[in-house]
Design a protein around this ligand. Structure first.
Ligand SMILES: NC(=O)c1ccc[n+]([C@@H]2O[C@H](COP(=O)([O-])OP(=O)(O)OC[C@H]3O[C@@H](n4cnc5c(N)ncnc54)[C@H](O)[C@@H]3O)[C@@H](O)[C@H]2O)c1
Length: 280
């Protein structure tokens, strides 16, 4: 873990969405951005003000806390106006760390999705990225050469049964990353998704079977699961100028999990579990 900053974001100004509490990926990313010399604003849904502790993070990093529902065009319009007046200029980076599976939360199976909730899931977890980039551009708040990142999960490419509708949401999110990446290129603006290991956060713990997904990935990945702090360090590289030619990518930050099939550890676990099952 990088204890001291390296000035990777010196002189940069950003906007970070999604810090609910100190377990949040956005929380660690904001702390790392602060360490690397960035000025920033923090944003979250109005309801998170009551449920979470982003105000503390805002105080700790000396950042304004701006409350906006990322599914509301009106809220986002206002947000981008406020951001520019609070920070006194445009943005060099945006972090989208927003997600929620409504059917997943309410334990509705994929076969029996409630389509209103499904629409909300897609709106919160994927379309919100489109809305944020759109309003950022329309308000003139995004600087040339800016870097935008969103947080994704390998459930966009492969089936993790309990991830259910969120797999669809992440597939859409990653597609929006590519579609906007093409259109933003002429201004040197890049946009990428970090596909992160299972991480113990509020959103993570809302998924049934999360512990099994966490343990499985941890046992398969040669480096083990990537935690919040390492995700934040990786994010710093993507927000810095060192990655200025990287865009439209889904970048796996998962300790190697995405390249694995079976590991010795999992073979041992399953061999004993299957042997026990046969004895019964
Ligand atoms: N935790 C994991 O295992 C994991 C793995 C890969 C990717 N991710 C992704 O990382 C991102 C951040 O999630 P996290 O794990 O840090 O959990 P988290 O619960 O801390 O963060 C999710 C955030 O989304 C915000 N949000 C929900 N609805 C919103 C709305 N309408 N408007 C604005 N904000 C809204 C919440 O308030 C919360 O701050 C999500 O996109 C998540 O899918 C998480």
């Amino acid at each position: 873990m990088a204890a001291d900053g390296h000035g990777l974001l010196d002189g940069k100004t950003g906007l970070i969405f999604g810090a609910m509490d100190e377990r949040s990926l956005a929380w660690s990313i904001a702390e790392a951005a602060d360490r690397e010399g960035a000025e920033m604003a923090l944003s979250n849904a109005p309801v998170a003000r009551r449920l979470g502790s982003m105000d503390e993070l805002a105080e700790q990093t000396g950042s304004p806390a701006l409350w906006a529902d990322a599914t509301s065009d009106d809220d986002l319009e206002e947000l981008f106006d406020d951001v520019q007046s609070e920070l006194g200029g445009g943005l060099d980076f945006i972090v989208h760390a927003i997600g929620m599976g409504v059917n997943v939360r309410k334990d509705t199976s994929y076969e029996e999705l409630d389509y209103n909730w499904y629409q909300q899931t897609l709106d919160i977890s994927a379309t919100s990225l489109h809305r944020i980039v759109r309003h950022g551009l329309e308000s003139g708040a995004i600087n040339d050469g800016a870097s935008i990142i969103a947080l994704s999960y390998i459930g966009a490419q492969r089936i993790f049964s309990k991830y259910s509708e969120m797999g669809d949401a992440k597939a859409l999110l990653e597609s929006i990353v590519r579609s906007f990446g093409y259109r933003l290129g002429e201004r040197g603006i890049r946009i990428n998704a970090i596909s992160q290991s299972p991480t113990r956060t509020l959103a993570g713990s809302g998924i049934e079977g999360f512990d099994a997904m966490y343990q499985f990935a941890n046992r398969a990945a040669p480096l083990g699961n990537a935690d919040q702090a390492s995700c934040a360090d990786y994010a710093m590289t993507l927000l810095s100028d060192y990655t200025r030619m990287v865009t439209m990518q889904t970048l796996y930050h998962d300790g190697g999990f995405s390249s694995m099939g079976m590991s010795d550890e999992i073979i041992q676990d399953l061999t004993s579990a299957y042997a026990e099952a046969e004895e019964e």
